[in-house]
Design a protein. Structure first.
Length: 162
């Protein structure tokens, strides 16, 4: 066997291994992609299933609430059938009184809001007036100091003249 032939066999074997590695890598890549797709599908299935379960629970809850409301309405209907006209009149009087009290309270609230607005506006005006007075006091102090300074200068001049 010659060296070229051995080298050719080695080269052929190497190419064959590389091709097998490439084929195996492609197969692994395909399997990984398929696995990712299956995991993604499973995740969506789980989400859809959880949503469906939540929807069913909500429907069951709403059905229970509807049954409770229906039984409450039936009880109220029976109570209304059993109550006589005087009870209805008493309820109307109480309701009218409550509405009247509500209206009075609403009027009181409105007047209180108006009073509050007035007080707030007066407060704002007083704050502005306070600021003005503070500025005026500052000006007076400045003027006082200037006057004192002038008196000192006049006194110095008079002291120099004497």
């Amino acid at each position: 066997m010659s060296l070229a032939r051995v080298w050719g066999m080695y080269d052929d074997e190497l190419k064959l291994r590389i091709r097998e590695s490439v084929v195996q890598a492609e197969e692994n890549f395909r399997v990984v992609k398929e696995r990712e797709k299956m995991e993604n599908d499973l995740r969506f299935f789980k989400l859809d299933f959880a949503k469906m379960v939540a929807d069913k629970e909500q429907v069951i809850t709403e059905l229970g609430n509807a049954r409770l409301a229906l039984s409450d309405i039936k009880e109220e209907l029976e109570k209304k059938k059993m109550s006589d006209k005087s009870t209805t009149t008493i309820h109307q009087v109480v309701r009218a009184k409550a509405e009247k009290e509500r209206d009075e309270m609403k009027q009181q609230m409105d007047s209180m809001k108006e009073e509050l607005d007035k007080v707030l506006s007066q407060r704002d005006e007083l704050k502005k007036e306070k600021k003005k007075l503070e500025y005026m006091i500052g000006d007076l102090f400045r003027h006082k100091e200037e006057t004192k300074s002038k008196i000192r200068r006049v006194k110095e001049i008079l002291d120099e003249v004497e």
